[in-house]
Design a binder for this molecule. Sequence first.
Ligand SMILES: Nc1ncnc2c1ncn2[C@@H]1O[C@H](COP(=O)(O)OP(=O)(O)OP(=O)(O)O)[C@@H](O)[C@H]1O
Ligand SMILES: [Mg+2]
Length: 280
Amino acid sequence: MAETVLLEAREIEFSYPDGTPALGGVSAGIIQGSRVAVLGPNGAGKTTFFLHLNGTLRPRRGEVRLAGERIRYDRAYLRELRRTVGIVFQDPDTQLFSANVAQDVSFGPVNMGLPPAEVREQVRQAMAATGVAHLQDRPTHSLSYGEKKRVALAGVLAMRPRVLICDEPLAFLDPQGQEELIELLEAESRRGTTVVIATHDVNLAYAWADQVLVMAAGKVIGTGRPQEVFQTAGIMQQAGLPTPWILEVYRELERQGWAAGGSPPRRKEELLALIRQAGC
Ligand SMILES: Nc1ncnc2c1ncn2[C@@H]1O[C@H](COP(=O)(O)OP(=O)(O)OP(=O)(O)O)[C@@H](O)[C@H]1O
Ligand SMILES: [Mg+2]
């Protein structure tokens, strides 16, 4: 199947108003329907890059394209863009502002002008998917951090975006919450949504992503399939990233002669099957 670039950044450059340089010519293409993990140290520019993808920030140079068309920055266009490209912020406190959870999750669909029955249904589904239905009458300020993160995600899902961008979705979730969130991202991806996440979790990025984008100091220093990027020592060193454990175990198996080259496994189950097969 031909790959379509849905969202594209071309040589974007950006500095914050106080003069801090954040992006120094970022180019990246996001394939429709793919799962993309953006990695890189603190301050690399991941969040700044995301904020360009839905027009919240405007590049000083370069451009962002959606389905081949250069995005515009007029109100009407941005409104449409933000429902196509939904961002769940790193810090949920910057996202939640309604009095209670149900109102917060409804905000997007109501603003889109959907009929009340559709709003109710989309909100119900989004709250069920994120496991926050039981919190619907709670004031948002009284929620735990992890609960806030789920509610923020529900608010974006309720708009049914074509591209779902999650900035550090796993941060501050408990282990079960992390598992559930990964499941949810899988489910969204299966529905055909293009899912982009920023994460510091190399193991998740390795096992989950179709495409990995590594950033450092405001630039993309490597991109490609996880098996390639995570085996390119130069990229990993420059970004200060550790090797995913599955890859490390696999390399040891290769060194010991128990694995015969080929494509390394990406999931724990595949690695275990390989070990059983080798009888080691
Ligand atoms: N509002 C702001 N004003 C000034 N500088 C900013 C602002 N937000 C971010 N920066 C700077 O821009 C650069 C990129 O920051 P950004 O938040 O995009 O990095 P990041 O990769 O998301 O980091 P993290 O992993 O910590 O979330 C950093 O040097 C940061 O200090
Ligand atoms: Mg960030």
